[in-house]
Ligand binder design. Structure first.
Ligand SMILES: [Zn+2]
Length: 235
């Protein structure tokens, strides 16, 4: 059975990134982001996940921006107990950004609670709290760029520079199934542009065995004058 990919966020929009990858043997997520912007975003973030969090084996995280990582504490609170793999810089940034997100939600919840006492219909519970974040961060595992990792017997992956923010990664994933078939999928995450200060350039993803699927995210590159051609050959 070929791996099945479900696009659970950042489809026809640029926030809420979350891909669910499934075979008969393994289920994992790439990113678990928060929806941001627009009147419907708070309600969408509160909706139960469209999958059973307990059934997820692991998460691979492209980078720490909240629209890619912000629902990780909701995921662990809902029963996900597996590892969350991220580069070391991303793991460090999560230790700042997720508590900040919890703080915002706790203060929003207090505001809603005060308003609801005046009759407004509003949820008064934060999606997650600082305590939920502390528990979630225990599941984060820092890994190195350019080193192959085997998070499951059928899955191998490698994090490559994405040049977007500190720690950001393009993730190459190879899925081998019982029938001897291997499928390669590349998740770009948010891509930066080459030649920027401090950050390393995005790694061109070339390989003898071309990926069978490339999930690109192109919020910035879609502007006039920017081209993928130097990084992403036409597979
Ligand atoms: Zn980003």
């Amino acid at each position: 059975m070929a791996p099945k990919i479900s696009f659970l966020g950042a489809a026809r929009e640029v926030t809420g990134s979350c891909f669910l990858v499934e075979t008969g043997e393994v289920r994992f997520l790439i990113d678990c982001g928060m929806f941001q912007g627009g009147r419907k975003a708070p309600a969408r973030n509160r909706k139960p996940f469209g999958f059973d969090p307990e059934s997820i084996d692991f998460v691979l995280l492209t980078h720490a921006h909240i629209d890619h990582s912000g629902l990780l504490p909701k995921l662990t609170k809902a029963g996900f107990t597996g590892p969350i793999f991220a580069t070391e810089a991303t793991a460090n940034l999560l230790g700042v950004m997720l508590p900040d997100s919890a703080h915002i939600q706790e203060s929003d919840a207090r505001k809603h609670w005060r308003r609801s006492k005046r009759g407004a219909a509003a949820s008064t519970e934060p999606i997650y709290t600082m305590k939920d974040v502390r528990l979630c961060l225990r599941q984060v595992h820092a890994i190195s760029y350019n080193t192959k990792l085997t998070p499951h017997g059928e899955v191998c992956c490698r994090f490559r520079d994405a040049g977007h923010i500190l720690g950001s990664a393009i993730i190459e994933v190879w899925i081998s199934e019982g029938d001897g078939e291997t499928t390669k999928i590349v998740f770009s995450g948010d891509l930066g542009q080459p030649g920027r200060p401090i950050l390393r350039d995005p790694t061109p993803i070339w390989s003898r065995c071309s990926p069978e699927c490339v999930a690109k995210e192109i919020p910035y590159w879609s502007r006039p004058g920017h081209s993928f051609s130097s990084l992403w050959p036409p597979y």
